[in-house]
Ligand binder design. Structure first.
Ligand SMILES: *Cc1c(COP(=O)(O)O)cnc(C)c1O
Length: 362
């Protein structure tokens, strides 16, 4: 008797391991391991969720109203928008649609893990390209492209480093890519960057057949639990993804809450202001403790320790104190921890925990 066998790329695919969610013996820890919005979702989104239309009815599989609002808000074309069950859905669809065995994709050394997992599931090789000062290196990326390269995945700002490439660097990266390579610009943290400096890439999508940008409602919009994201694509890619995606890949609750959330941009402004203020504060405090810390452009800070052992000990000590950071061994940064910007109380608890750890380590 032989058991069912998946496609060969799935034989040894590692599972995605997310941020830790709980600590044994601590009832209500500050969970600063998943970059969730400490202010929660917009009250308007919550009101929409309390007033959903009949759940016996299928949602609009084309997400027309949401795409129209996204288009109006961003000055882009609704027909090129595809919505997904989180932006992970869009990233997975891109990998499934454009990668096969024998192909490869490029990601910067400490890029978002999902790129690697989605690409390997599609059968492709994944190439980790060295960074410079924990920042994606345009020249190194371009030098790594070969005939088998089909996608370059770049989170901008990147998770977990927080570093961001500017408009010129993105333009140079795109200009150096062959036409058959798709540049995926993952803007999961876009709303946390000051709008006038953020290289959103919509113009690159409008002018080229090989650039896709993705966005999510999971971070600044505070709706991670609902699973809603979207991509802005050239018409050819939008057509392929629309045929590949599940017909009702975005549920009714996500559509309704997403629409309402878009109408409450004040919540985004408030979330960005809270984030910038407390990210700066965390950097100041952590630096004051004598640790190397990077604020970056997103809603977390990266703390670097002297060794992987010290990072692990700090993670354990913080958890015991009721504050959960994110260990980064899976991101090839075993000596570092990522700490999401939390509520005022969460941030203060994080600093107390870190200070206590360093004190007892002395
Ligand atoms: C959190 C995150 C996402 C968002 O994933 P969703 O599926 O939309 O929740 C995408 N990319 C990066 C880099 C992230 O950190």
């Amino acid at each position: 008797m032989s058991a069912p066998r998946p496609r060969p790329p799935l034989f040894d695919l590692p599972p995605y391991i997310g941020g830790r969610e709980s600590v044994e013996g601590i009832a209500d820890p500050y969970k600063l391991s998943a970059n969730e919005n400490p202010l929660g979702a917009s009250p308007a989104a919550l009101a929409a969720l309390a007033d959903l239309p009949s759940l016996a009815i299928y949602p609009d599989g084309g997400a027309r109203a949401l795409r129209d609002k996204l288009a109006a808000l961003n000055g882009i074309e609704a027909d090129r928008i595809i919505c997904g069950n989180g932006s992970d859905d869009i990233l997975q669809l891109l990998a499934q649609a454009y990668l096969a065995t024998g192909d490869n994709m490029l990601h910067s050394a400490h890029g978002f893990l999902i790129y690697k997992l989605a690409s390997r599931a599609a059968g492709a090789d994944t190439i980790s390209v060295p960074e410079k000062d924990l920042t994606a290196d345009v020249d190194a990326l371009l030098a790594s492209v070969d005939d088998a390269t089909k996608i370059v995945f770049l989170a901008n700002p990147n998770n977990p480093t927080g570093t961001m490439l500017g408009r010129d660097a993105i333009a140079r990266l795109h200009a150096g890519l062959p036409d058959h390579v798709i540049l995926v610009l993952d803007g999961a943290y876009a709303e946390y960057v000051e709008p006038d400096i953020y290289p959103h890439g919509f113009d690159l999508v409008d002018d080229n057949a090989n650039v896709v940008t993705t966005r999510t409602f999971s971070k600044a919009y505070g709706l991670a639990g609902l699973r809603l994201g979207w991509g802005y694509c050239p018409p050819g890619i939008a057509d392929v993804l629309n045929r590949l995606r599940a017909p009702f890949n975005v549920n009714q609750a996500a559509l309704c809450a997403g629409l309402a959330a878009l109408d409450d941009q004040a919540h985004i402004t408030r979330s960005r202001a809270h984030n910038t203020q407390w990210r700066d504060w965390l950097c100041q405090q952590i630096g004051g403790l004598g640790l190397a810390v990077r604020g970056g452009q997103a809603n977390f800070v990266l703390i670097e320790f002297a060794s992987p052992e010290q990072a692990q000990a700090a993670e354990a000590a913080m958890c015991a104190h009721g504050v959960i950071p994110r260990g980064l061994a899976a991101y090839d940064l075993p000596h570092a921890l990522r700490l999401s910007v939390g509520t005022q109380a969460g941030n203060r608890a994080a600093i107390d925990a870190l200070a206590g750890f360093l004190d007892t380590a002395k």
